[in-house]
Each structure stands twice: as C-alpha cells, then as structure tokens.
Design a binder for this molecule. Structure first.
Ligand SMILES: Cc1cc2nc3c(=O)[nH]c(=O)nc-3n(C[C@H](O)[C@H](O)[C@H](O)COP(=O)(O)OP(=O)(O)OC[C@H]3O[C@@H](n4cnc5c(N)ncnc54)[C@H](O)[C@@H]3O)c2cc1C
Length: 483
C-alpha cells in the first residue's frame, strides 16, 4: 500500500484484519509519534496550514493567483492537519454516484459505513449515529466558541436561519450549527492513524509499516502491477498495489506509470500504458475569504472553524458553507476570516506531471463557473443580512476592507482579493472513467486507488469522513475477495 494518510491508515487496518492478507504500508512521512503539539490542539490548526510540521506544499494555480496548498506528509496524512470538521455530505451526493452506475455507492449503501466508523458522543448510538466505531465524534459547546463565532451563530438565528443541532442529520438542514469534530474526551485531535493503527493492529504478524518510505514509481510486468520502487531505489514486491497517496499524489504515480491521457504522457516522453483521463476531473470546494475585525478581546479557544452556516437554495441540498475562522494564537485576536465555499460545482481543475515526471504535481484550477458563483451570491445575501444583525453590530464586526455584499460584482471582487481552497481536492482518479466500482484501475491488473481521488463527484460536505468511508468499503470488498 502506498500512503498511510487518512484513507490509507483505515484501509491498512481493515485489510490486516484478514490473517491471510499480508499488508505492507509505505508512508512517505514519519510515524505519528512525530506529531508536534499543534497537531493535537484544534485551535492551532491554522499554524499547520501555514506549513508547521511535516507537510507537502503544492501550489494550486488559479486565475487570481496561486493558492499554496499544504497537506500532511505524515502517518494520518491530512487528518493530522485539517480543520477537523467531520461531515458526511448529503444523501443526494452518493445517490448520484449510484445513478452513474457505481453499484454499492448509493446513500443506502454508504450510510451504514459512516455510522460504523464513528462513536458519536452527542447523538449515538442511534438510528443515524454510531456508538462503537473507531472515530470519536463530538461538537463544541456554545461556551467554547470564540466571541466572533458566537456573534455569527446568534446573528444568523436572528436573521431567520434555523438552529441545526446535528449537521450530519440531513433532515435538519439547512440552517446554522456547529461542526462535528473528531476529538477525544480531552478535546485533542484524533487522526485516522491514532484511531485505526492501534498498538494491537501494529502487532499483527501480517502487518508491516514502513515510514519515511516515499514511493517513486509503480513497477509493472506487462499489464500487471507487481510492486513499487522507493525513492531510495529499493524495490518492494506485491501481489496487488493500492495507491492511497491522496488526490494530488495518487494521479501523479499513475501518470508516471503511463496511465493517463495519451497526449499529456507524450509531452513527457512517457509511453502510454492505458489512455485514461487521470488528473483531468479534479473537484474542490473553492470560495472567497473576507477579513473582518470585531471590538474587544477574543474569547473561547476551542477550534478554528466551529460554527457553520449550511445553506441551501435547492430543497435539502447543501449549496454553500460560510463560517468564521478564528485567528491562530499569537495573531491579532480581534481579526477573523469569513470563509464562504460553494459546496456544489461543475468546476473541474487538473493535476498533471510537473516540469519533469519526477517533479511534484502541477495543479491548476480554472475560474469558477456560473453555477458556483451563483451559489456564492446566495451565501453573500445571507452574510449581508448577518452583517446587519444586532449580534454582529453589538460585537462591532466589520469587514477590514469595506464592501457591499449585495453589489452585483461582490462575489467577483471578493474572489479576486482572496480565493481559498477548502483543501477538498477529489476526483483525480475517479470511479467510472478511471476505476471500476471496486476502485481497480481499468485495463491493468493488480492496481487500485483508495483515497479522495476516487470520488467521481465531490460530496457537499467536507471530504475527510468521505475518505474514511471509501477506505472502509474498499477494505471490506478486498477482504471479501481474498478471505
Ligand atoms: C488545509 C486543509 C484543511 C482541511 N480541512 C478539512 C476539514 O476540516 N474537514 C474535512 O472533512 N476535510 C478537510 N480537509 C480535506 C481532507 O482532510 C482530505 O480530503 C482527506 O484527508 C484526504 O485524505 P486522503 O487519504 O485522500 O489523502 P491524505 O490524507 O493526504 O493521505 C495521503 C498520504 O499519502 C502519503 N504519500 C503521498 N505521496 C506518497 C508517496 N509517493 N509514497 C508514499 N506515501 C505518499 C502522504 O504523506 C499522506 O500521508 C482539509 C484539507 C486541507 C489540505
């Protein structure tokens, strides 16, 4: 297995439950005992996003500038540095996968996997929440929110958004609620490696973990993957190779192996093994970030992104998230960023080979299409109402650069000033065109992908829990096939 990140850690643990399967997990970064204190403290997540700790920095080129994208290069991957939001997405997201012909991926199939993966300390065990899964899920209490987050929550209630107690209950949406997060009783982050790669799992005789082991290439014998070559030159043989290197690095490894668009491979002098649209259909949640300031000191330190407005303009579908991001400790305590992301979009970026096949991935995101900016416009209308609310005015919340959110060019202007990525890149090796419904790469043998890359379209919630779900299901399918 290549990559012990969010999905890789889950998959390795599940596969090694089957004694007849020997699992070798190769992770480019260090083991999780190298986690720095900021990994555990949710309030310090913004420091990780700025590159503190073992990270891989990949620039994402957009029309309005480069978004420097940090990702965890360590066991647990992005689950060791993300914003901890633990959301499933909407039933319609997965029903669209099923409707596209991907058997086993509709909401009726995947909901039970989400439930089984969690222990929800607020709402489980229940019909829609688990009580025995590896991931501990909790929600911050109102008194743990920062003053800006409380003003946001109270202001949104005031302007008519309903309170949502449980954002993972689709029947309660849309409205304003607090993100569920994956933290222990001590409120410290729990990554997928901490939750799944336990001492008991590590002690299994059929499981072997190698950290600081970056895979450079997938080795083939004709059309069968037979192992990998590490950066050091060492070769590791395998009956089957599973690539879980994340949405930017998994497609890169496939492209290096000649699996990808023939024209692009030819540009780099790589012989095409299989002509597949690898890296051509990247989705992400993109949107503007606007800086605000409020009067007086900040209060509450629970985490960077706890209160979210989950918007919907189309039935129960979630069209956008808007939420305040508190500053990291040490920064101006009265500043906060209001992040607004479109959760549904026809936007497609790409991941390509860089200057040479050995370089890191070249990631580009074209301008946001009209469907996306329309959703952002809807979110701006709600934010404009919030700016006028008594709660926002009482706290003295005001944009640092004055703006009129109702102006026709408000979205375009905000996007020009600062476009953010939620870090939710998916769909670069999608099930359907590139993989079958068991995540096997088409037209070759012995090669699968299992991570954010496989998602054919982006869920309308944050993507980490979706990666856990994918890995749980791929693990089950693989174990059933080999047990
Ligand atoms: C800044 C940021 C904030 C985010 N916030 C949230 C959030 O709050 N909630 C949420 O749900 N989602 C969030 N996400 C997204 C979410 O974390 C990811 O979608 C998800 O974790 C991706 O999981 P993955 O398994 O696909 O990849 P990763 O978790 O990135 O795992 C890939 C692993 O592969 C390893 N690897 C890469 N290349 C190689 C190689 N050549 N050889 C060996 N190993 C390799 C990496 O070191 C890494 O451990 C955020 C993402 C970012 C970047």
């Amino acid at each position: 297995m290549v990559g012990g990140g969010t999905a890789g850690a889950v998959l390795a643990a599940r596969l090694s439950e089957t004694p007849g399967l020997a699992v070798t997990l190769l992770e480019a970064g260090p083991d999780d005992d190298a986690y720095i204190p900021e990994v555990f403290d949710p309030a310090q997540a913004p420091q990780l996003w700025e590159g503190k700790g073992p990270m891989a920095l990949t620039p994402m080129a957009t029309e309005t500038g480069v978004i420097p994208m940090q990702q965890g290069r360590i066991l647990g991957g992005c689950s060791a540095m993300n914003g901890l939001a633990t959301l499933r997405g909407q039933p319609a997201d997965y029903d669209a996968w099923r409707a596209a012909g991907l058997k086993g991926w509709g909401w009726a199939d995947v909901e039970s996997t989400f439930i089984a993966a969690e222990t929800d300390f607020d709402f489980g065990p229940s019909a829609i929440h688990g009580g025995q899964g590896p991931l501990p899920v909790r929600r911050w209490k109102q008194e743990e929110l920062s003053r800006a987050q409380r003003a946001y929550y109270e202001g949104m209630l005031e302007v008519g958004e309903p309170h949502v107690a449980d954002i993972n209950d689709p029947s309660q949406l849309p409205g304003i609620g607090v993100f569920p997060v994956t933290v222990g009783a001590d409120k410290k982050r729990v990554t997928t490696s901490l939750a799944y790669l336990t001492n008991e799992v590590r002690a299994r005789p059929n499981f072997s973990l190698r950290t600081n082991a970056e895979v450079a290439a997938i080795a083939f014998d004709r059309s069968r993957a037979i192992g990998v070559t590490l950066e050091s030159g060492e070769e590791v043989e395998a009956d089957e190779v599973v690539v879980s290197a994340g949405a930017l690095w998994s497609p890169l490894l496939l492209l290096r192996a000649g699996i990808g668009p023939a024209d692009h491979l030819a540009e780099h002098g790589i012989a095409t093994r299989v002509d597949l649209p690898v890296g051509r259909t990247m989705s992400d949640h993109l949107g503007p970030g606007m800086l605000y300031r409020h009067d007086g000191p900040r209060g509450g330190t629970a985490g960077p992104a706890q209160v979210v407005l989950v918007g919907a303009s189309n039935g129960k579908d979630v069209d956008y998230h808007a939420f305040p991001i508190a500053p990291a400790p040490g920064q101006d305590a009265t500043l906060f960023m209001m992040a607004v992301f479109s959760m549904r979009s026809s936007h497609r970026g790409s991941v390509r080979l860089g200057e040479t096949p050995e370089s890191g991935p070249l990631v580009t995101a074209p301008p946001l299409p009209d469907d996306t900016t329309a959703r952002l416009g809807h979110a701006f209308e709600r934010l404009a109402a919030w700016e006028r609310s008594a709660a926002a005015r009482e706290l003295g919340c005001a944009p640092v650069v004055p703006h009129d959110l109702a102006a026709p060019d408000a979205v375009a202007t905000a996007l020009e000033r600062l476009t953010l990525s939620y870090g939710h890149m998916v769909g670069t090796c999608p099930m359907g065109p590139v993989l079958d419904a068991d995540c096997r790469v088409r037209e070759v043998e012995g090669l699968r992908v299992c991570d954010a890359s496989v998602m054919p379209t982006i869920p309308s919630g944050n993507t980490y829990l979706g990666c856990v779900m994918v890995a749980e299901r791929v693990g089950r399918k693989m174990a059933a096939g080999r047990a």
